[in-house]
Design a protein around this ligand. Sequence first.
Ligand code: ARG
Ligand code: ZN
Length: 879
Amino acid sequence: MSAENASLIRLEDYRPTDYLIDTVALTFRLHPTDTRIVSRLSVRPNPAGQTGAPLVLDGDDLTLVSISLDDAPLAQDAYTVSPSRLVITAPPQRPFTLTLETAVNPTANTKLMGLYRSSGVYCTQCEADGFRRITYFLDRPDVLSVYTARIEADADTPLLLGNGNLVEAGARADGGHFAVWHDPFPKPGYLFAIVGGDLDKVEDVFITASGREVKVAVYVEKGKSERARYALDALQRSMRWDEDVFGREYDLDVFNIVAVSDFNMGAMENKGLNIFNDKYVLASEDTATDGDYANIEAIIAHEYFHNWTGNRITCRDWFQLCLKEGLTVFRDQEFSSDARSRAVKRIADVRVLRASQFPEDAGPLAHPVRPRAYKEINNFYTATVYEKGAELIRVLKTLIGAQSFRRGMDLYFDRHDGTAATIEEFIACFAEASGQDLAAFSRWYEQAGTPRVTARGIYDAGNRTYTLTLTQETPPTPGQPDKHPMVIPVALGLVGADGREIALKTADGAPHDGIVVLDTAEKTITFSQVDSSPTPSLLREFSAPVILDIDLSDDDLLRLFAYDTDPFNQWQSAQTVATRIIRRAVDDIRAGRTPQTPDNLVHALAEFLDARATRDPAFAAQVLALPGESDIAREIGSDIDPDAIHVARKTIRAGLGRALADKLAALYNDLAVTARYRPDAAQAGQRALRNAVLDLLTAGDPTRGGALAQAQFDSADNMTDRIVALATLTHVAGLACENALAAFAARYADNPLVLDKWFSLQAMIAEPETLDRVKALLDHPAFSLSNPNRTRALVGSFAMANPTQFARPDGAGFAFVADIIIRLDPANPQLASRLATAFRTWKTLEPGRRAHAEAALERIAAATPLSPDVSDIVGRMLD
Ligand code: ARG
Ligand code: ZN
């Protein structure tokens, strides 16, 4: 969008286009500052559109060089053109060919949308509306065309890639060369891509289930190809998994992935030519953490899975974004669960959901998983569409069962292949496959806000019954004051006093499957033949994206932590107790009292460390991490003082660290990995636990922890251990920290992705000097606001992951981030807008900080010029 004041686009206003474009033949003559694009479109009136309507093509920042219709130059009075629109006033009411030539400047394209250059590589990003920055087009997802792209370039750009299969390549008389790519699968413009550059690659051949050969390759900057091996392996495992689990085969002769260093998002699923932020491709044990490896695996899988959920079946309009994104996130989560530990993956995903989506759903940016209206679509690539969208697929699967779910997916692929579909069409497939009425379930897509479920249970010893009453309420969100009940599957079990699972029987004695579907405001269920007072374990595996309020005592919860058969709820129970304790500590601190670490949690963790921690190290690491500061802030919900939360959490952790010091020190020694580095779940889990142990130990005894961290930093043979040691040193501060930071920077001076970690760590230090440090780092020779990864590392980490310093009581943190947003916006509005969402919880702060946040937002809102992206986000936050 380049309009000054974007208007509201509404779902209810959808209507088909008046024209269709069956084929698109593009010729690119690549040039750093003057690339020419000739586009030949075969256009015909759409039977579903309005006869005789003008043909209105989208553009954004375009220069039209020439235009002809059926190969005859078009008279000037037959069309009107501006950088953002081309209108053919009275097009023929029969099929015709429209030929356009446009000129663009890839080097000047700082928005990183359309055709741009990143470290000398030509690449494209067309989702959501970047194709219109290449040529005038019906740039919307329901216009599907077959594309052929001819790319011409000089000899210094030897690699030329496009969508689909390579059909022709050769030399040109001028010393340059060309390649022609043809994609037989009809697609919308947002899936179009080309790449031109001089890159290295790793490649292999993948044999599909039906025996077809596919050449798979990952392209990266020269000299970095060894670091692309893991990505290539993850791709092949993804391809196999989609065959095995969803019955989906790949459909072209080649599948290419290209990594670029300047990218607004994670990656993009262009048909047969995925383009990635190199952060999610490049990995070696010396440069990437276990977490980086896991992210690479997940994102490679995500983009690959889009080939069926996104490309073969795309979205009718951008309101349906969750149709491809929520579903594809669900698929990549399942893939990672199968490749790693399902329970640990679930805990990690729920942590992300709560940290990123719950605050969105509870604040001024709340919107339904399928929004009803938007001003700027790029602001709707949100945690709600992606993460909550994935939860809804999980809810659906729980409601209808795994078999019906798979049948529904098969039906969806069958029925909608090659089309642009809607959420209604998607849900209809599952209603049909399961025979269930899913009308009430659909409400999840319409209604914003996180439902709050309250559970109250009564045990009747005389009748040996346990009666559970569940109620639900969804709070008002912008534009939605009144909410209807949602369909909430509550997976549950009853744990007996002896720690054993009680077999569930309904009131009439029949077996119960352990899923109560709460689909009304209140529901009561009675279980029979319960011999002793049970502890309910509710919302097992986090069976729905809700907030659960349950009246269990700390002792009840600690019993679940010890005995629950559901690992998620084991973790959740410890988490809930710790949250309560830290909240009480926050109250203590604000009232001037000194908080105490209670014995019950100490004992429970001591027992856990003795008996269970090393059985599943990755799980144990999640337990020891305890709730983060933003988790506590979210639970408190209003009048938040981030400093009090920081001190409270630190105090409680210090108490735990001291009380458990001996056990932690012993574990730290025992857990050392002696085998050669592997990024797999088992080894990563062991490192994660050892590093969580170090963290807690350091909380209790900074001197001792600092010494261990220093030794770990000096001897680490992998990035995971090295960066954790460095982070630990930044918590204990002092000269050791500064020396280690300097050594790290020197060692990785020529590795941008690792330097990002260095910038990020410093931006997250919870001390008042950090703001000055961050400001000074803006002038570091390696810093650049035009590289999104670098900006996210320094400014993003400060704004999103340093709650005490971003929300400094003097307002200087907010003011600094506001300044950067205003500076960044003219060059890269998408990045600026993302950064601005750091303010989304500003209304939950205590009055002093809230006033500073509001002033910073007002200042951004008043800046001119202001992009539609930032204007939309800031406008909604101030509403
Ligand atoms: N479809 C991509 C993915 O999730 C995201 C691209 C979003 N890009 C954008 N500029 N809004 O895999
Ligand atoms: Zn996606």
